[in-house]
Write a protein that binds this ligand. Structure first.
Ligand code: TYM
Length: 336
């Protein structure tokens, strides 16, 4: 029996932080041998906010190197750049024309980002979830591993599938496949270091709010030294009054590999002054192998390019097939 398929992606904007790693990439890596994985760099999504043309391609390569550094294995995983497979853009147009505007206006991320951007809201920002639906549907994946913040976009993707199949497919012969989100409980929502009630985010103006995968030991030490805590002695999970305690203990648990119970017992009587150095050492040690591997991959540009060239060809074969099925169902002629 062939393996089930997984598809997911990350935008090449800013540095990858612990939220991206623990909410998404680490889960791709851990589950990769059970699945046939298609993991891409979402560079078309990136331009929904202004990007410097001189940096765009380099950022995609950096992110691809980080995917490899985090442990993606090419025997199980295909890595490619979204803009190299033009079917993503083409399917987006076709799906745009069956997606009601108000579905997009209801998206929480759109509302939040539009609010931040004021007068500068572009159509791409609104349309972003249809592009994301296209990314997914082209590959007919069984599972889409993401962090909690992408859940609503996956629900929209499922609504688009149902609508498309209802309009253009026979009930027993669906053209598009319903994907399942795969959201782990722990790490699905890593919070900011400067405010335990806010998500850790690449777009937070303060660098102190996040730990990036490529931060040096000195930067990690400085950020943890200054991160927000509370005035209570003894650390605990799951107390809604103590979001920072829950967030930092969860990070410590995930990066040390200890169980929740072990961490709860170890830290129940600790003060912050004792916890912070322990946590700092754990973060530095967990990121060291990723940083070393990243350097090795970046030093071999030829290898990275060959990975992405191979990924493009493999991804394109599947994506073009689905696109042809969609166009046929909608009534387009096949070019002669
Ligand atoms: P992006 O680039 O914002 O984030 C990449 C992944 O990281 C997860 N994530 C988090 N998880 C836990 N805690 C956090 N603080 C945190 N911040 C981010 C995200 O949930 C995501 O899984 N639209 C997507 C990229 C995308 C995509 C797709 C994903 C485009 N097409 C198709 C899956 C399938 C995005 O902007 O992710």
């Amino acid at each position: 029996m062939s393996k089930k398929r997984v598809l997911s992606g990350v935008q090449p904007t800013g540095n990858l932080h612990l939220g991206n790693y623990l909410g998404a990439i680490r889960n791709w890596v851990e589950g990769q041998s059970q699945y046939d994985n298609y993991l891409f760099i979402a560079d078309l999504h990136a331009i929904t906010v202004p990007q410097e043309p001189a940096d765009l391609a380099a950022n995609s390569y950096t992110l691809a190197a980080l995917y490899l550094a985090c442990g993606l294995d090419l025997n199980n995983s295909t890595i490619f750049i979204q803009s190299h497979v033009s079917a993503h853009s083409e399917l987006t147009w076709l799906l745009n024309c069956i997606t009601p505007l108000n579905w997009l206006e209801d998206m929480i991320q759109f509302k939040e980002k539009a609010l931040k951007q004021g007068e500068n809201v572009n159509v791409g920002l609104l349309d972003y979830p249809v592009l994301m639906a296209s990314d997914i549907l082209l590959y007919k994946p069984d599972k889409v591993p993401v962090g909690e913040d992408q859940k609503q976009h996956l629900e929209l993707t499922r609504d688009i599938v149902n609508r498309f199949n209802h309009l253009f497919a026979k009930p027993d012969q669906p053209v598009l496949k319903l994907p399942e989100p795969m959201i782990r409980k722990e790490g699905a929502r890593v919070m900011s270091l400067t405010d335990g009630t806010k998500k850790m985010s690449k777009s937070d103006p303060s660098e102190m709010s996040r730990i990036n995968l490529l931060d040096s030991p000195d930067e990690i030490t400085r950020k943890i030294k200054r991160c927000k805590t509370d005035a209570i002695r003894g650390l605990e999970f799951d107390n809604p009054e103590r979001p920072e305690s829950n967030n930092l203990l969860t990070l410590y648990m995930l990066l040390s590999g200890k169980t929740k119970q072990e961490v709860a017992t170890e830290c129940q009587d600790m003060g912050w002054g004792q916890f912070k150095p322990l946590f700092t050492d754990t973060v530095i040690a967990a990121l060291k192998p990723i940083q070393d591997k990243y350097q090795a991959v970046m030093d071999d540009k030829g290898y990275l390019e060959s990975v992405l060239r191979h990924g493009k060809h493999k991804a394109e074969a599947i994506a073009n097939q689905t696109l042809a099925e969609v166009k046929a169902a909608m009534g387009y002629s096949v070019p002669l």
